[in-house]
Design a protein around this ligand. Structure first.
Ligand code: BES
Ligand code: ZN
Length: 590
């Protein structure tokens, strides 16, 4: 047995699934998907083969000739689900499994029409990272087990299916009133990138390689906000080399989508909280685009190596920002990141395992230990590497890294080996061992200073001495300026101070979700009652965990608002995504 991924039952010594033919029939009435999956093996195998499942009902399994074969579904492990062991006849090249998903499938969110922009049609979407693909279909759910696939999805004919794959033909199903959509993914992907959405979804072309998908009611705003997608794609190709996934389309999701964005190949998913109306939050699109290289081409071997995905991607996101908007914008973005990192590190505590880059997450739920550390400590590590070798050598290194590991999944150790081979002595020079294997933030972390950053932070840090921004100046601040300023203010202010900020800058009515979230945290910590209604309404409008978690945490930690936290959660829990609901239950139990 060789379990190289602690979050999967996959044992590649038993056989490797190379491609899958997946047929899914979606039933909105009972919130299930009836599925059939054909597994094609890379080489003939025989005997036991283990797959990951979570809450799946396994109906039957057959060999290549259609003859039933034995299978055994083990008792569920709370974190990683149930091992499905199929018994393959000797020389098996393929086999199939029939299954039905649970209405509680952790990867799926089923929305009532009222939870969509249009209000008329239901909606369904998947979110498989990190280990939820196994709740949609049995699979070798480890990023080490890449596969290609064909997939058909049968849905009510008034709905549209989009998938992170190349669309094929659409045909009337044998079942009346149903339509079948076909897709193919010819490039091999790790299972966490399997993704689809079903709903009243329309399309608008934005560039030669990009189409925006969303509900018709959201199209105008979405197409405007992300109109620069092609410029971004060109900027990203300059850093990384050619884009290998043909299309870079994206889907603007319903508000309950629990993340800012998800880099599903060919079809990035984006939260509608990015629709600020001024393109100020498009960095998330740049981030998901950058994952097309760091993440989707070159993939972390397991969640322990997650920093390889996110650290490089945040670094690339900020390189794209530097290309498009200059160094000052980059320094503000890095400062916002650093604030988030310090907060995450403080909440884990000094010396915590989870503040290392390479971690040991065995036995723990990835959704529980998700944090900004792999993103922002990872970013600082990659930025330090760039600083150490210089931009020219860095660019050569990055392109070579991508080329060398494209379409494979690598461990941190493999990365270190590659770094030593390509740039001898550099790891030692920058203290890579400490960065990667020791907790906390090393003293040689790069600093991205700028005059503007100093001005904004200085102003906020002298707030208690009576310093106040000129109202006319601050009214012209950019959204990044506001985030920097609010994050540097004392966490708790007087009621008068809150009222001054809110009266002068209409913070309760902020349309930028980042600013609003920063403001509401201060307002709640300060027991500023005029913000309570806005906090409650915001928590009913969005499902993005980045906002839900800190706001519920602030409400819960303040004795004056603890009841409000429980009330708002009770009211909205049903409309939160299963992953978000789980996370918030932990916040409210604390
Ligand atoms: N791949 C992540 C989202 C993710 C990570 C989903 C782990 C499930 C498990 C995505 O690329 C991401 O990092 N999104 C960020 C945005 C980014 C700009 C930092 C987010 O959702 O906020
Ligand atoms: Zn990411």
């Amino acid at each position: 047995m060789s379990h190289s991924d602690p979050h999967s039952y996959t044992d590649l010594s038993q056989g490797r699934v190379q491609s899958m033919d997946i047929d899914l029939a979606v039933n909105f009435s009972d919130r299930t998907i009836n599925g059939n999956a054909v597994f094609h093996l890379a080489a003939a195998a025989g005997g036991p083969l283990d797959l990951d499942t979570r809450d799946l009902n396994i109906v039957s399994a057959q060999d290549a000739s259609g003859k039933a074969i034995g299978f055994e579904l083990a008792e569920a492990d709370e974190v990683i689900g149930s091992r499905l062991r199929v018994s393959l006849p000797q020389g098996a090249e393929k086999f199939s499994v029939q299954f039905i998903t649970s209405p509680e499938a952790s990867a799926l969110q089923w929305l009532e029409p009222a939870q969509t922009a249009g209000g008329k049609h239901p909606y369904l979407f998947s979110q498989c990272q990190a280990i939820h693909a196994r709740s949609v279909m049995p699979c070798q759910d480890s990023p080490l087990a890449r596969f290609t696939f064909n997939c058909s999805m049968t849905v009510p004919e008034e709905l549209t299916v989009v998938m992170a794959a190349a669309p094929g033909e659409k045909s009337a199903s044998e079942q009346s009133g149903m339509t079948t959509y076909n897709f193919a993914m010819p490039q091999s992907i790790p299972p966490y990138l399997f993704a689809f959405a079903v709903g009243n979804i329309t399309a608008k072309e934005l560039g030669p390689r990009s189409t925006c998908y969303t509900e018709p009611e959201m199209m105008e705003k979405s197409a405007w906000e992300f109109a620069e997608v092609d410029r971004m794609l060109l900027a990203a190709e300059e850093i990384f080399g050619p884009y290998l996934w043909d299309r870079f389309d994206f889907l603007v999701m319903p508000p309950s989508f629990p993340y800012g964005g998800m880099e599903n190949p060919r079809l990035t998913f984006l939260t509608p909280t990015l629709l600020a109306g001024d393109r100020s939050l498009v960095n998330v699109l740049a981030h998901e685009l950058a994952h097309s290289w760091t993440g989707n081409l070159v993939t972390n071997a397991s969640i322990n190596d997650f920093w390889l995905n996110e650290g490089f991607t945040v670094w690339a996101e900020r390189r794209i920002l530097e290309n498009m908007e200059g160094l000052e914008a980059k320094s503000l973005s890095a400062a916002i990141g650093r604030n988030g990192l310090m907060e995450a590190m403080n909440s884990f505590g000094k010396g915590s395992e989870l503040t290392k880059l390479e971690i040991n997450g065995e036995g723990k739920d990835p959704d529980e230990f998700y944090s900004l550390v792999p993103y922002e400590k990872g970013f600082l590590f990659v930025a330090l590497l760039e600083e150490t070798v210089g931009r020219e050598k860095m660019d050569v290194f990055v392109k070579k890294y991508i080329e060398h590991f494209a379409f494979t999944s690598l461990t941190t150790a493999q990365f270190e080996e590659f770094l030593n081979a390509e740039l001898p002595g550099v790891a030692e020079q920058m203290g890579a061992e400490e960065w990667i294997h020791q907790p906390d933030l090393p003293a040689n972390a790069p600093v991205f200073a700028s005059a503007r950053l100093e001005m904004l932070e200085g102003l906020a840090r002298t707030w208690s001495d009576g310093a106040r921004p000129e109202v006319a100046d601050a009214a012209k601040w950019t959204p990044e300026d506001w985030q920097i300023f609010l994050q540097a203010l004392p966490g708790k202010l007087t009621t008068e101070d809150c009222a001054w900020l809110n009266d002068n800058f209409k913070l309760n009515e902020q349309g930028n979700s980042e600013i609003l979230c920063n403001w509401l945290q201060i307002a709640i910590n300060s027991s500023f009652e005029p913000a309570y209604d806005r906090a409650a309404s915001f928590l009913g409008e969005v499902g993005r965990m980045k906002y839900l978690k800190p706001l519920f945490n602030a409400l819960h930690c303040n004795a004056n608002t603890r009841d409000l936290a429980a009330k708002v959660f009770a009211k909205n829990a049903d409309s939160y995504h299963p992953i978000a609901r789980g996370g918030l239950e932990r916040v409210l139990a604390g």
